[in-house]
Design a protein. Sequence first.
Length: 265
Amino acid sequence: MSIAELYNQKGELLSSEDHLISIVGAGPGDPELLTIRALRRMEQADVILYDALHGTDILELASPFALRIYAGKHYQDGQHQTERQGNIHRQLKQFAAEGKRVVRLKAGDPFIFGRGAEELAFCFQEKLNVEVVPGITAGLAAASGFHIPVTLRNVNSMALFYTGHKRNGGFENMDEVAAVIKAKAPVMVYMGLKNLALLASELRSREVSGDVPLQIVSRVGHPDQQLFTSSLAQIESDLNRIDPPMPSVILIGSHAHQVTGNTVL
């Protein structure tokens, strides 16, 4: 679909002269894992509001005439997140009023721990022409990149995306997370490296076996991506001797290990 064939949320055809905001998933970092639509929107953009992407190669694919504005955050960077998000909303509205085509570029997928829903809701409230372009999320890229199955025929039929951030002094939904792992389905943990040993302890306290495999994939989608293999019982001691680079995604599950020629399915 070309930019001249885009529709607004009411199904009305937009002309190529109408401004458009594209909330775009940049994937895990490898430019070759961008969708074709994401690439096209970047090439057409007048303005790119970009998050803390994992590398700059993707930005280099954008139009050389596009205004590029950093709007991201880094771990413990001291930003006030409510103020940061409000500023992004103001910029989206301002550039739309100027008739600009705007790409709001986010790592991974905009709707998986990416605040894409908040920005989409704002655009709807302000009656801005907006679309969402999905991206490959880090958990799935990590699993495929290192041949770790997310689902297995006749074995497990679900998977869970989970954030390793603590809230109000603890993890949320731990009973449900433990239940998913006990059902032999994998849990993909984002932003969880700092609290990983504690998370493993919490799972074991809920009678999840210490033998359950645990994989840490660092710098997903980059040439220097690395896989660190452990288990719930071993991860605390393993973390004392290894230092996985951030960003990292963690896969936990009975079948969260690499497929080999000897894998029995």
